[in-house]
Design a binder for this molecule. Sequence first.
Ligand code: ADP
Length: 389
Amino acid sequence: MPGTLFDGLKQYVGFTAATSAALARLHPIARPRFGAIVDDFYEAIEAHPEARVAITGGPAQIARLKQTLTAWLDRLLLGPHDEDYYALRARIGRVHVRIDLPQAFMFTAMNRIRLRLMEVIGAHRPPDADLLLHAVNQILDLELAIMLETYREDLTAKQRGAERLATIGHFAASIGHELRNPLAVMESSLFLLRQHLGPDTAARAEVAKHLDRLSGEIVRANKTIHDLLDLARNRPPQRTATRLRPLVDSAEAASLLPPGIRVKAAAVPPELTIDVDADQFRQVLINLFTNATHAMSGRGTIQVMADMPTPHAIRIHVQDDGPGIGAEARQHLFEALFTTKAKGTGLGLALCRRILEAHGGTIELAPGDRGATFLLTVPREPRPDDAAA
Ligand code: ADP
């Protein structure tokens, strides 16, 4: 009977019960050095802006991560190196994917740990040093293999998402075109109907209610078609240097927000420009503002802020004080057709992600329990490989 993926990997690197035993012998020797190993690991991350960008929570988060890494080292040496171990390590790997840690840092970071553990063995000179060195290399290679697997899973999932969007796009384009004309007819007939009825009859509560309902539903249907066609079109971005503040203002105006919603963008420097397709980026902001408005049931504040996590990127925060997003929804948030709303289409965030990725950027939900904060990162200058996004 074929074993699991982890069994196969262990077999490949020659990892056996004897290897686990050797690692367990190394544990009491290496444990006193864990503090130094962990400090060294995070000093390296802090010294590299590209790696540091993955850590958004400042010193408090680093302190937490250090504890996690210490527990990681304990389990690395003590095992047991079983299927639970694999599942746990794969979960950790997925966190790295989620926070967008560049893959290269996974290797270099692992190598720092490898070197430090080898130094510990070198300094202590136990009689079975060769065996211990061997065991350290084997287990860390297994760790890398598990992480590569999680990056591959992520890539496959993204590819599946893109295919799904493309299929929906093709389908939507034909239906969208078919529905556009009848909707336009309904819109003009409604206009004429109001005129024929005259202002007095049209204003009567039982008539006005139905007329308003008809026009509201026509607007909604048009919006759905507009989103679907946008999705189908998949137009490459036409970038220009665009001032963010006026872009936020125009998105706010176009979102037709109810009076109970305030958009605050005072923290965005007036002169800040981003290199984006203004129409597409406005659409992203409109979708986020609309979602925030729904989440806050029409009353509350949307804050827009901007910072530069690295010299090469601008990050825009769109934050609301609604109920936030639960763990289950977080997993599917950016997938096309995922919605928790009775009248939702589940296209808004999928479109946002597509637009950001076409710009060589990212969109993610910031961790945290209060409200929802979407983080949009765009490169300051276009990258040559953007077209592949
Ligand atoms: P739709 O708005 O049509 O549902 P979206 O793709 O825009 O589609 O959003 C998907 C889902 O994400 C929403 O149904 C909602 O559950 C959740 N969501 C999006 N933005 C927010 C937010 N600001 N606060 C809470 N939930 C949100």
